[in-house]
Write a protein that binds this ligand. Structure first.
Ligand SMILES: Nc1nc2c(c(=O)[nH]1)N[C@H]1C(S)=C(S)[C@@H](COP(=O)(O)OP(=O)(O)OC[C@H]3O[C@@H](n4cnc5c(=O)[nH]c(N)nc54)[C@H](O)[C@@H]3O)O[C@H]1N2
Ligand SMILES: Nc1nc2c(c(=O)[nH]1)N[C@H]1C(S)=C(S)[C@@H](COP(=O)(O)OP(=O)(O)OC[C@H]3O[C@@H](n4cnc5c(=O)[nH]c(N)nc54)[C@H](O)[C@@H]3O)O[C@H]1N2
Ligand code: SF4
Ligand SMILES: [Mo]
Length: 749
């Protein structure tokens, strides 16, 4: 493994920035601890040498002088002082306990952000932390992301985390709705080199169709692209289903044996003929019919929807109808279609899912919004904090873990202002930014290069099963704690126990789960398991426990075949666990082991869809959608100079027609406003945009006072698109916000 320099070494690991988890070769100088070149790993069977510019982010963040390296406490005058870990953790524990005792558990709220998904320690111990104080005020980036999917998966298959992904390497028709994998590298479709995978479909003689209000980078490599009006996907999908019934294209195949509700679905979609939805979608009826026929009659076809189909007014119905269309036509859980990965940690094995929580067990104080499957809408945080909205039952403490809701959640200004009313705010984060600058205490953590990892979430969303351990690249800063340590220490303080006691209970509960009756490890004793996984507190022995009891595990046999932490460490790269295979009905966790195609909770919302068919749009309004760009990662990678340099990327794309109508030109400025805010933006006229729709990326707005983002604030300040995202309207069943299809007004400046 020797590289060019004498004491430099190559570490093979997966990239911790996006869902693709590409294999990297990272050069590190052992003598100085410096990170050198980062290259794609040609020996990684998943990514085969591919990487994107963001891979450099791991080095950039590690080296960033703006990164927080010691706990910071805010002084009464608003300035910050560094304090020791013991003092910081005790202070956090005391404040959270005091608020909880005085005002009850719901007085403390938590917001969990996206980067927790890229650290196994953060994932396992954030779960523990949240379980430990049982506050119902749980918020996360999910309600600005895939939550409609989770809600649908829970209802239909009994497991909200059992994602269904397109089997890209075997499909002959890929229909991509509301996703732009060429920029995002694909989400819920774990495929490094998305461009290669999509082009590969065409090279095999297959076809790619993109449905998006913008002619995206993905559309540019597709065979066909159709503009769709934002928020109209549920209409289009309902119409496709109507065609399947009307033209006798329904073919349930083996699903007939375990699927209920087909006739109910037939009745529900009946009014949504292609002619009836054509205007509201902005797609000719004949195009819809042709698409439905092509999909139904192509044996290996994958109908995929992402952000644009989730964070919109009918996110749950669109997510549901994507699956309904697939099931009705035999394109579900079959090779080349939409399929379920089988993670090695056993997360989606029968028996592993906690029983679903009744919806509405808790209702927010301000708007009485129900807690849905353990989440409240992220945009409701501000009103829950404000005494004027939430009164006595208000949220008085907020903990953010790797989240930046002032930029990522609706109406960031309102949230930023509301934080002044909090009695205490704690942020577990690596930057002093738009959100954490409002905290009373910031607890930093080690960063990606300093920690070992396992792609826990992304083996649930991969297009080919794998397991991978990634070693840390550099020795960690001894004065920094890891995510899991911070969260375990906090949990211990909330439970008045030692961290070791908390961890032992956590492990015991997991042991009980993996040895439950009917599971492959039923009958393996606690002693055997503890002996096998060792006594080192932390995420790695838990990972070992999950792997060994998982579907490919060694089941704790001393000399057994099968996966364990030791075996994946020894592999020094991804372990290939084969192509996705059909998993239903065995993997179903619904109460009766069947698929309720017309689940009551979801289909109740069809009346809202029907009512919307008759709505007419305000001709002076445009609809705002988002977009992702290769060199951004939500809000947190703009402080990496190499990635941030170049022209302003936070531009508003406007169609030629709208530019002419509103007197706008490229390089000029426009003022755009919604119910929740107003922004001045740079305009970029583009024939990529559907007339009536404009596009602005999120994650910018780095010029707020109080942040310490020396590069981002100068090179890519941009504006906060979520100032225009209204916190009030929701995708009703899931409580997800509408970040795509925001009605706005525009004027040239
Ligand atoms: N308008 C609009 N809004 C959107 C979206 C959209 O498409 N349009 N997309 C939504 C989606 S999909 C998502 S996932 C959310 C993301 O929402 P968030 O998770 O709230 O936002 P991020 O920008 O990812 O910010 C992550 C935070 O984690 C910190 N961080 C980064 N790495 C680490 C680490 O290793 N450890 C710790 N402790 N902290 C770290 C960063 O400093 C930052 O404060 O945004 C959502 N918001
Ligand atoms: N480079 C980069 N990669 C990322 C991220 C990043 O910030 N930067 N973020 C990561 C995260 S957290 C996530 S969740 C994923 C998201 O991954 P994707 O879902 O692929 O994200 P986007 O590129 O935002 O694509 C959303 C598309 O939906 C379209 N759209 C908007 N409204 C509608 C609508 O109503 N209907 C339809 N059909 N389309 C619509 C938009 O024009 C846009 O092209 O990306 C991940 N990867
Ligand atoms: S595509 Fe994603 S995982 Fe691959 S190198 Fe880029 S940021 Fe990393
Ligand atoms: Mo996301």
């Amino acid at each position: 493994m020797a590289a060019s320099m004498t004491d430099s070494e190559i570490v093979r690991r997966s990239c911790p920035i996006c869902e693709a988890c590409c294999g990297l070769r990272v050069e590190v100088d052992r003598a100085t601890g410096a990170i050198g070149r980062i290259e794609g790993d040609p020996d990684d069977h998943r990514s085969r040498g591919y990487l994107c510019p963001k891979a450099y982010g791991m080095k950039a963040v590690y080296e960033d002088p703006d990164r927080i390296r010691r706990p910071l406490r805010k002084r009464p005058d608003g300035s910050w002082e560094e304090i020791g870990w013991q003092e910081a953790l005790d202070y956090a524990g005391e404040r959270l306990n005091a608020i909880r005792e005085a005002h009850g558990t719901p007085a403390v709220g938590v917001f969990v952000g996206e980067p927790t998904g890229h650290d196994v320690g953060a994932l396992l111990y954030t779960t523990l932390f949240m379980q430990s104080f049982l506050s119902p005020r749980l918020f996360s980036s999910a309600t600005m992301d895939q939550f409609p999917k989770n809600v649908t998966l829970t209802r239909m298959y009994g497991d909200g985390e059992m994602y269904v992904v397109p089997d890209l390497s075997r499909t002959d028709l890929f229909i991509c709705m509301g996703g732009n994998p060429l920029a995002s590298q694909g989400s819920l479709m774990g495929t490094p080199n998305a461009k290669g995978a999509i082009s590969g479909i065409r090279e095999r003689g297959g076809r790619v169709v993109v449905i998006d209000p913008r002619r995206t980078e993905t559309a540019a490599v597709a065979d066909e692209h159709h503009f769709i009006k934002p928020g109209a996907d549920a209409f289009l999908l309902a119409a496709m289903c109507q065609v399947f019934f009307a033209e006798e294209l329904v073919a349930l195949g083996r699903f007939a044996a375990f699927t209920d509700g087909v006739d109910e679905v037939r009745a529900l979609v009946e009014p949504f003929t292609p002619e009836a939805v054509s205007d509201v979608c902005g797609i000719p009826a004949e195009t819809i019919r042709a698409l439905a026929r092509e999909y139904a009659t192509t044996p290996r076809a994958a109908l995929y929807g992402r952000i644009g189909t989730c964070t919109q007014r009918f996110g749950t119905l669109a997510s549901w109808l994507l699956d309904v269309a697939a099931i009705l036509t035999g394109h579900f859980d079959e090779p080349g279609c939409m399929m379920f990965p089988r993670p090695a940690t056993g997360d989606t094995e029968p028996g592993r899912q906690p029983p679903p929580l009744p919806v509405g067990l808790y209702k927010t104080a301000a708007r009485e919004l129900p807690l849905v499957d353990g989440q409240l809408p992220a945009g409701a945080m501000a009103e829950e904090i404000e005494a004027a909205s939430a009164g006595e039952g208000r949220m008085r403490a907020l903990v953010t873990v790797a989240g930046n809701p002032v930029l990522s959640a609706p109406n960031g200004d309102r949230l930023a202002r509301a934080t002044d009313e909090l009695d205490f705010m704690l942020s577990v984060d690596i930057y002093l930014n738009e959100t954490t600058s409002h905290a009373d205490l910031i607890l930093p953590t080690r960063v990606h290069a300093e920690r070992a990892n396992y792609d826990l979430v992304y083996t649930r969303t991969t297009s080919r099963n794998y397991a991978r351990y990634s070693p840390r690249v550099v020795e960690p800063d001894p004065d920094l704690l890891d995510h899991w340590q911070v969260l375990l220490e906090l949990t211990a303080r909330l439970q008045a126990k030692t961290p070791d006691e908390v961890d032992a209970t956590y492990v015991d509960e997991l042991i009980e789960k993996v040895t439950a009756p009917g599971t492959p490890c039923e009958g393996v004793s606690r002693e055997v398991i503890l002996d096998a996984i060792g006594d080192e507190v932390g995420p790695m022995r838990i990972l070992d426990l999950l792997l060994r009891s998982g579907p490919y595990g060694d089941r704790f046999a001393a000399e057994g075949e099968g996966l364990s932490l030791a075996s994946i460490i020894a592999a020094d790269g991804p372990v290939d666990l084969g192509p996705l295979e059909p998993r239903l009905p065995q993997a179903l966790k619904t109460p009766d082991g069947r698929v309720p195609l017309a689940h009551d909770y979801i289909v109740t919302d069809v009346s809202r869809l029907r009512a919307a068919l008759d709505e007419s749009a305000d001709p002076d309004e445009l609809l705002l959608v988002g977009r992702r760009q290769v060199r951004n990662m939500n809000s947190w990678l703009h402080n990496a100079r190499l990635l941030a340099k170049g022209r302003n990327r936070c531009t508003l794309l406007v169609s030629n027609e709208d530019a002419a109508r509103f007197g706008l030109e490229t390089g000029g400025k426009a003022r755009i406003g919604s119910r929740s805010g107003e922004l001045d933006v740079e305009v970029e006229v583009s024939d990529e945009m559907m007339p009536g729709v404009v596009s602005l990326p999120h994650g910018f707005g780095h010029d707020r006072a109080g942040s310490k983002l020396g590069v981002a604030s100068v090179l890519q300040p941009g504006v906060n698109a979520n100032q225009l995202t209204d916190e009030l309207p929701l995708d009703v069943p899931s409580g997800t916000h509408i970040a795509n299809g925001i009605p706005i007004r525009i004027t040239a400046l």
